[in-house]
Design a protein around this ligand. Sequence first.
Ligand SMILES: [Zn+2]
Length: 106
Amino acid sequence: MTRCPRCGLRLTAGRCPADLPELPRCTDPDPRYYGREYGTVQQLVHRLGADVTVGMVRQWRKRKGLGNHDGLSFLDEAQTIEGDIRRRKDRRGRPRRVDVGAAVAA
Ligand SMILES: [Zn+2]
C-alpha cells in the first residue's frame, strides 16, 4: 500500500491515478465553463507547484473562492489563486496567516 507523495492517493501499478498530463475538460455548455480543464483536488495538486498540497487546495475551495463544479475545480482558477499567493509571499513573507479571516468575508 504505497501512497503518492504529492496527493496521498494509493498508487496503481506504481503510478498515481491523479497524475495526468491533461485534465478532463468541462462539458457544461455554459460558455463560462465549457472546455476548461478541471479536476479533483488531487488532480489539481499534480498540476500546480511542488509546494502546493491537497490541504491547501481544499482551503482554497473554502476560503479563496475556488469553484466546486460537481466536485471538480477549474485548473485556471487554482493557478490564479496559486499565483496570488506567490506574489503575496514575495511581498510579505508569511501569507497564509494573514488571509484566514479576510477571505471568509469576501
Ligand atoms: Zn498523486
